[in-house]
Design a protein around this ligand. Structure first.
Ligand SMILES: Nc1nc2c(ncn2[C@@H]2O[C@H](COP(=O)(O)OP(=O)(O)OP(=O)(O)O)[C@@H](O)[C@H]2O)c(=O)[nH]1
Ligand SMILES: [Mg+2]
Length: 317
C-alpha cells in the first residue's frame, strides 16, 4: 500500500471548497505531464468530481452566472493515487472535504481530529466577499475568526510541520494586473492578521509554512455586482464573452506547493539521519525527481505569496 497523505479543506458554506478540488483534478493531466506525474482518483471520487465538473462548466450556460448549486451534504473524502504515468501510484493523497456547515459544529471533535491528522490545510476564501463593498460581507461569507479558532483548538501542541494554503476563489477580477493582485494580497493579510499572528507564535513559527495561491476555478466568469435581498448578499458574475469556455487557472499551484513542502521535509537536515518523515514518506527516486521538477513552477508573484516559512520550500541538495 502506498503511504497516505491527508489534506483538509476548510471554508465556510459555499465558498468553493469542492470547486477547487474539481479544478485541481480536471487540470492535473495538462499541468503535470512534463513531470511525468498522474493523479488517479478512486471510482467514487472520480464519479463525484465528474459531476461537479459538469456543474462548474454549467455556470457558462447562463449569461449571469450566479451559481446556487448544491453544497456538499456529508463529509466526503476524495482519494487519489499519485505517481508515474502508467505505473502504480507511489503515494495516496486524500482530500477531506466536508460541508461548510461543519465549522459551526458545537463540539468540533470531527474537525479537530481531521486537522490533527492532516499534513496540509487548504482554506478556500470567497474573494468578492473580501474585496467588494469594502469587505462588508467578508465576515458573513468567509468567517475568518471561526477559521482562526479552529486552528487555535487543533494546533495547541503541534509537534510536526504543517502547510497551510489560503486559496482565494472567484478571484478572476482581481488578478488581471499586478496592482490589483497586490490589493488582493493586502486585503488577505489585513483580514487574516489574527490567523497569521497565531502562526507566528513561538511554538508554531518554525513549524507552519503558509502560502497564498489564488485559483480561478472557472477562469472566464468574473464578478459583476452584488444585490442584497433580505439583508443577505447575492453575488452576480458574468462571462467575459458570450462564447467563453471553461478555462481554470492555477489550480495546479496548491499541489505544487504541497509537493515542494514534502520534498523539503524529506531532505530536512534538522531531522538528521533518523528523519522520521523521510522514512515514513519513503519516496522513490522517481517521486523525488518529479516533485522537484513540479516545485520549480511554484508561483510567488501576481497574487501568490509565501506568508511564512520560506525555508520550508528551499532545497539545496
Ligand atoms: N461565479 C463563480 N462561481 C463559482 C466559482 N467556483 C465555484 N462557483 C460556484 O460556487 C458555488 C459553491 O461552490 P462549492 O465548491 O460547492 O462550495 P463549497 O465550499 O464546497 O460549499 P459547501 O460544500 O456547501 O460547504 C457553486 O454553485 C459553484 O458553482 C467561480 O469561479 N465563479
Ligand atoms: Mg462542498
Amino acid at each position: 500500500m502506498p503511504k497516505e497523505l491527508k489534506v483538509t479543506m476548510l471554508g465556510h458554506r459555499g465558498v468553493g471548497k469542492t470547486s477547487v478540488l474539481t479544478a485541481m483534478y480536471e487540470q492535473f493531466y495538462d499541468r503535470f505531464e512534463e513531470a511525468d506525474l498522474q493523479l488517479t482518483p478512486d471510482p467514487e471520487s472520480s464519479a463525484l468530481l465528474q459531476e461537479r465538473l459538469g456543474e462548474l462548466k454549467g455556470l457558462l450556460n447562463d449569461f449571469e452566472a450566479t451559481g446556487g448549486l448544491e453544497g456538499t451534504e456529508n463529509p466526503q473524502s476524495f482519494n487519489f493515487g499519485l505517481g508515474k504515468i502508467g505505473a502504480k501510484p507511489s503515494l495516496q493523497l486524500t482530500f477531506q472535504d466536508f460541508p461548510g456547515g461543519y465549522l459551526d459544529d458545537k463540539d468540533g471533535e470531527f474537525l479537530k481530529k481531521v486537522m490533527r491528522e492532516c499534513v496540509a490545510v487548504l482554506i478556500a476564501i470567497d474573494a468578492p466577499a473580501l474585496m467588494e463593498a469594502k469587505g462588508k460581507w467578508h465576515e458573513l461569507m468567509n468567517r475568518p475568526k471561526q477559521i482562526c479558532d479552529i486552528f487555535r483548538r487543533s494546533y495547541g501542541n503541534l509537534k510536526e510541520p504543517r502547510l497551510v494554503i489560503l486559496v482565494p476563489v472567484r478571484c478572476e477580477k482581481y488578478l488581471q494586473n499586478e496592482e490589483d493582485a497586490k490589493k488582493l494580497l493586502y486585503c488577505i493579510k489585513d483580514q487574516y492578521a489574527e490567523l497569521f499572528g497565531f502562526f507566528k507564535s513561538e511554538n508554531l513559527l518554525t513549524k507552519i509554512a503558509c502560502v497564498i495561491t489564488p485559483v480561478q476555478t472557472v477562469g472566464t466568469v468574473i464578478f459583476n455586482n452584488i444585490r442584497v435581498e433580505n439583508q443577505r448578499p447575492r453575488f452576480y458574475f458574468r462571462k467575459i464573452s458570450h462564447d467563453a469556455q471553461y478555462l481554470p487557472k492555477d489550480s495546479d499551484q496548491p499541489l505544487r506547493y504541497l509537493l515542494s513542502f514534502l520534498l523539503k521535509l524529506h531532505y530536512d537536515t534538522k531531522w538528521g539521519p533518523l528523519n522520521p518523515i523521510r522514512r515514513w514518506l519513503g519516496w522513490d527516486k522517481f517521486l523525488l525527481k518529479a516533485a522537484r521538477k513540479s516545485a520549480d513552477k511554484c508561483k510567488s508573484a501576481g497574487g501568490f505569496a509565501i506568508i511564512q516559512g520560506q525555508d520550508r520550500f528551499e532545497i539545496n541538495k
